[in-house]
Design a binder for this molecule. Structure first.
Ligand code: IPD
Ligand code: CA
Ligand code: CA
Length: 272
């Protein structure tokens, strides 16, 4: 239900708060990378560091300073549900924690914003390259202020694709290894970067032609899905149906190779 206090916030204002929060969180990550951090295990291969937690707290502080009534779904802290606000921020303070923990420079801050359940803003900041990906619904996608668009590659043979594996890879047969093996024989190149939010931005920027993953969380996808769409790309589930960040699957592409990706993903899908 909408409430008067948060109606009609200009999109530029929302974007500037998202950008400010992402840059501040990026600075937190950079400082921890310089000075050191503690690693804890959520599960056997699922890590969290104090950098994740402090970056998240910084983002929450920036958002709540600007918009005290907005809801926030953040990976490490869960959902603040008290408010009936139309606005819900979906935050991954450090996407690519395993990379970060090893000093491998592929990680980012991801901040998406929903209004009435629809993704309207996406901001992803890569502090290692000082690359800021931004988008507002209906207004295109940008990298450090310059417009970006998806690639024109129209065949898997010429495509550079990317995927990822969830932390439950050892526990389920639905672990993406089947798809990975099949795609590897059909594409020009296949990568696993370890940061889904950046994978989406790289599809948006034409650096990758397509990306899929089997088991993602809302905070991995919220910002990047808006950025891909605004860059002219396509985002669906594995059957080609409209994508929801609350579903687990995601297929993102430049549009031209989308059907070929769906066909490959369906090849050994259980018949329904
Ligand atoms: C992970 C990364 C990784 C993807 C995993 C995610 P985290 O997020 O995005 O690329 O394959 O599914 O869980 O834990 O680094 O924020
Ligand atoms: Ca993540
Ligand atoms: Ca994370």
């Amino acid at each position: 239900m909408s409430v008067p206090f948060d109606q009609n916030i200009p999109s530029d204002t929302l974007l500037s708060v998202a950008t400010n929060a992402a840059r501040q969180a990026g600075a937190v990550l950079t400082e921890y990378m310089r000075t050191g951090f503690r690693i804890e295990h959520k599960q056997i291969i699922n890590l969290v560091t104090d950098a994740d937690r402090q970056a998240e707290q910084r983002i929450i502080d920036v958002i709540h300073d600007a918009f005290p009534t907005h809801r926030i779904l953040a990976e490490e802290g869960g959902l603040t549900e008290e408010s009936p606000s139309r606005y819900k921020w979906v935050v991954d303070p450090l996407d690519g924690t395993t990379n970060f923990a090893h000093g491998f420079p592929a990680y980012c801050v991801s901040i998406g914003l929903e209004c009435d359940g629809r993704g309207i803003i996406g901001v992803v900041y890569d502090p290692t390259r000082d690359e800021l990906f931004t988008s507002q619904i209906g207004q295109g996608a940008y990298l450090n202020g310059a417009p970006i668009s998806v690639s024109t590659t129209d065949h898997l043979d010429r495509g550079l694709l990317v995927t990822g594996f969830a932390y439950n890879i050892r526990e389920t047969p639905n672990n993406n290894l089947n798809h990975f093996a099949r795609f590897a024989l059909k594409v020009q190149g296949l990568r696993r970067t370890g940061t889904a939010a950046l994978d989406l931005c790289y599809v948006a920027a034409g650096r990758f032609d397509g990306f899929w993953e089997v088991t993602l969380n809302p905070w991995d996808m919220a910002a990047g899905a808006v950025i891909v769409r605004e860059a002219g790309g396509k985002v669906t589930d594995f059957k080609g149906a409209p994508h929801s960040i609350y579903g687990r699957e995601l297929v993102a592409s430049n549009g031209s190779i989308h059907q070929a990706m769906l066909d490959l993903l369906q090849e050994d899908a259980p018949s329904s």
